[in-house]
Design a protein around this ligand. Structure first.
Ligand code: AMP
Ligand code: ZN
Length: 136
């Protein structure tokens, strides 16, 4: 299914041009228009899935395999020294385009980007309670 109002549906299916690095029946990999660093790329499924919750399992597996391929290639070609994979789900988590996408962000010495969080303190008891909430 495609969503007529979705820009990533149009990009993924070639209706809007993009800097495409790779394409197969299920996915297109493009350069991000507002890159965090040189070579910042996005994996887009060609079908419309809003987020990871909606993405079928086989797409999730294939997206990660494709990420491994692309990260290896981009590292080889651009000489980056590390990589972040980022995947936002929901407004609150920073998602701005509501069509699943996986960010692949090359990292360079002195790229002056920060991708991360502030670690909070947590007790063993709290961790145990959370663990039980999730798996209990
Ligand atoms: P997110 O905040 O995780 O939803 O990420 C959306 C990403 O899409 C951002 O990094 C944008 O720079 C990128 N983006 C938005 N529109 C386009 C576009 N037309 N072509 C390429 N990247 C885009
Ligand atoms: Zn879409």
């Amino acid at each position: 299914m495609k969503d007529n109002n979705c820009i990533f549906c149009k990009i993924a299916n070639g209706e809007i041009p993009s800097k495409t690095l790779y394409e197969d029946e299920r996915f297109r990999v493009i350069l991000d228009l507002g890159p965090a660093t040189k070579g910042h790329a996005l994996i887009l499924p060609k079908e419309h899935y809003a987020n990871l919750y909606d993405l079928p399992e086989e797409y999730a597996g294939d997206a990660m395999k494709l990420a491994k391929k692309m990260v290896t290639k981009i590292t080889d070609k651009l000489g980056c020294e590390g990589f972040n994979l980022v995947q936002n789900n929901g407004d609150l988590a920073g998602q701005t385009v509501f069509h699943f996408h996986l960010h692949m962000i090359p990292r360079y010495q002195a790229d002056r980007q920060t991708i991360g969080w502030k670690p909070q303190e947590v007790s063993q008891e709290e961790l145990e309670e959370i663990k039980n909430q999730i798996i209990g």
